[in-house]
Design a protein around this ligand. Sequence first.
Ligand code: UDX
Length: 453
Amino acid sequence: MRLCVIGAGYVGLVTATCFAEMGNQVMCVERDPFRLARLAKGQAPLYEPGLESMLQDQVAAGRLGFTASLAEGIDRADVIFIAVGTPSGEDGSADLSHVLEVAEELGAGLKRPCLVVDKSTVPVGTAERVADRIHSGLAARGLGFRVEVASNPEFLKEGSAIEDFMRPDRVVIGCESPEAAECLRRLYAPFLRNHDRLLVMGLRAAEFTKYAANAFLATKISFMNEMAGICARLEVDIEEVRRGVGSDKRIGTHFIYAGCGYGGSCFPKDVRALIRTAEQEGIEPGILRAVEARNALQKTLLYQSVREHFNGFLKGRVIALWGLAFKPGTDDLREAPSLVLLEALLQAGARVRAHDPVANAGVAARFPRAVETGQLRLDDSPYEVTDGADALVLVTEWKQFRQPNFERIRGLMRMPVIFDGRNLYEPEQLVESGFVYRGVGRPQRGHCKATAA
Ligand code: UDX
């Protein structure tokens, strides 16, 4: 099929590349000159394992192209995917300006019938608004053909985006006509060869499904974070509890890991947007508000824990951070817990030495003053940052942090204290290696001698 994907962000670029990989002819429209210039050189403008080489292969095979021109992108396309951003507006609702702008341009530019598909996460009713805009544009040009707008929300996760797209748990299609359903069924067939997990439903149900799914996952996390808070007071280890509850099939083992809060481009934004939708409909979204409030609190706990450990005196303390991206496998810093911690540590006068395998540059750009004065130093080596440190804080659980050389770290640190923001480590092992260990929702282990200034 001939496809056009509008927007080369996470969702758009992965969608375009994976459809090309399956043999489709794909044009991807990107307006940002910086992104486009990188794409023209075969470079992915974002860090995502496996994406760049697949993209290069598809460009070389002539199946994937990039352009700044929407007219060029949609020319001869059978299916047009809208995959532009829907950031949080000032009141928390999804800002649809990019989506509606694209709809207007489609109304002004389409020359023949085609299927338009919303892949961006958009509130219920957006597909209808997109269709209205397209049709008024067509009518203004004296064109009478109909363009159907379908909804096909994307569930991929950053860091495993290719794998998620190639082997989806399910593909949700919301549409009005059997023809649109059939067209998308054919397009997705190669991804669902051994299991038919294509769910066709109403347009509005598809749009809502994405919000409900993300809000539910965020709820699981906030729930476990709250349980962790209670566990910590009761001298109970949340990790034992997690294994205990997760083995119940009705609960499941995924997304029940307590930590330092969820971040990223989806959960925070989508929970906020759903709260706004509920409010607009006169529904009090009590659960969603609690999920959000718990997450905001959770992001402050690592700092509180470090502060408490040093009896409130952080000025001049050297704090090492491991992991800055909102999760492993990405350089994305949007709503990352590390930013809340960094802000607080710098504010308190601590000296921060941080390392992330891919997100150092992004953090340096966000804290230019601290980098300039030397209060914040970003380093390429995880060991280097522990040299002379009064504490080490694990914020993002990259694989390379799983089994570090603890002996070496203990030798380098001024005080061997580890704050484990993801409960990545076995407390007993760390205590045996001479560390004080503090996790999230776990009893403190090891002797605390680190209160002297
Ligand atoms: C999420 C959804 O999973 C995906 O389906 C949707 O398309 C986009 O939003 P993503 O934001 O890429 O994907 O990351 P995800 O792996 O879901 O993690 C989100 C956040 O939750 C991260 O900050 C992660 O650290 C945190 N998390 C996840 C926990 O704190 N505990 C868990 O058990 C799982």
